[in-house]
Design a protein around this ligand. Structure first.
Ligand SMILES: *Cc1c(COP(=O)(O)O)cnc(C)c1O
Length: 355
């Protein structure tokens, strides 16, 4: 069965250009770039654009995605703190992981011994964003002492993640704490930690004012490469924001009232909808729904078109002020936000086309 629409159009040249630019900025500062493929579900074509743009390693939150990238001659990093139940696959399909639990490192150590492999660990420190990472300094030392005794495990360095749960911004101050910890650990245990992984793409926001401590030598960057956005999802100067377009086909165009006719109960998602009376309007339905993408994560390319809502399989639009004349079978284009790309990439019902 041929499925043409809905279609996610992906511009690989745009992604490669962004990657080259970001890698240039980072390498100038002695920072290596882990290209994060989780938004694009470990898609090998997009990973190839990352590789061509010069990323130093590939990173993903899911081990199944890294498995898809096995053919790339780049080290693979698992981003999401690992599940013990996946220890074997993790050791098999990745070279290093961000970790906060010594119990998990122990499980990886056992698998690494079995597979005669040295597995690398970046110990995650919570600087206040309150997602993953060890918060108390005494517990950080306990973890380091335990990990250093484990066979086939190499403690590669320290890392942190910000702006993801608590919304805490990267700053010279909080990153300096990571640097201080690194030095203390190196002195206390007479080891050297090669990597300080200073966060995700939001840390790029510190580049213009030169606010990244010079010891930070790795960033894990995803949406800046694919979407050209950074801190607070704002566009980054010098990067392109045009790599993704979602196209959907119109299946109905009818003039209808702007307020439903009849007594209003709950919609398909258990919410009582609210409507504003604008009289009769020309409405269109596109064959795409919440099973593919949440309507809040789409922006029509035609500013005259407004998204009214969506059920599981239907997107409902006001096209009264559309700038071109539309008919059934016409295709509308939307710029997807991060969440929109995430779900469109994940949905088997959305055709992915590279342009
Ligand atoms: C998603 C993720 C990243 C990349 O985030 P972007 O905002 O896309 O740059 C980096 N590190 C971790 C741990 C992540 O989960």
């Amino acid at each position: 069965m041929l499925m043409k629409y809905p279609q996610l159009k992906i511009n690989l040249a745009s992604i490669q250009a962004n990657t080259k630019t970001v890698v240039g900025w980072c390498h100038d500062r002695g920072i290596q770039v882990a290209g994060v493929t989780k938004l694009i579900c470990g898609n090998p074509d997009i990973a190839a654009a990352f590789a061509a743009g010069g990323v130093d390693l590939l990173a993903d939150s899911r081990i199944g995605n890294l498995k898809k990238l096995a053919a790339f001659n780049l080290q693979k990093m698992l981003l999401r703190i690992p599940m013990i139940s996946q220890a074997e696959e993790i050791v098999k399909w990745s070279d290093m992981a961000l970790i906060s639990e010594p119990e998990t490192v122990l499980a990886l150590s056992e698998e690494a011994v079995r597979h005669k492999k040295i597995y690398r660990i970046i110990l995650m420190i919570d600087l206040g964003d309150l997602r993953e990472g060890i918060y108390h300094e005494a517990e950080i030392h306990q973890a380091v002492r335990r990990i250093l005794k484990m066979p086939s495990i190499h403690l590669l360095g320290l890392g942190t993640n910000l702006t993801c749960y608590g919304g805490v911004k990267p700053e010279r101050n909080n990153l300096a704490k990571l640097v201080r910890l690194k030095k203390t650990i190196e002195d206390t245990y007479r080891i050297s930690l090669d990597v300080i992984s200073g966060g995700n793409g939001s840390t790029l926001s510190l580049f213009p004012e030169d606010e990244v401590p010079e010891e930070i030598n790795q960033l894990r960057v995803g949406s800046a490469l694919t979407m050209g956005i950074g801190l607070n999802d704002e566009p980054i100067n010098g990067l392109r924001q045009d790599a993704f377009l979602l196209a959907a086909e119109i299946t109905e165009i009818r003039e209808k009232p702007s307020i439903p006719v009849g007594e209003i109960g709950l919609d398909a998602f258990g919410v009582k909808p609210f409507f504003e009376d604008q009289g009769m309007r020309l409405r269109a339905i596109c064959a795409i729904g919440r099973q593919d993408v949440h309507p809040d994560h789409l922006k029509p390319m035609d500013p005259g078109i407004r998204i009214l809502g969506a059920s599981s399989d239907h997107l409902i639009l006001d096209i009264t002020d559309a700038s071109s004349s539309l008919k059934v079978g016409s295709v509308l284009e939307f710029r997807p936000a991060y969440g929109g790309i995430l779900s469109a990439m994940t949905s088997e019902y959305v055709n992915k086309v590279f342009v």
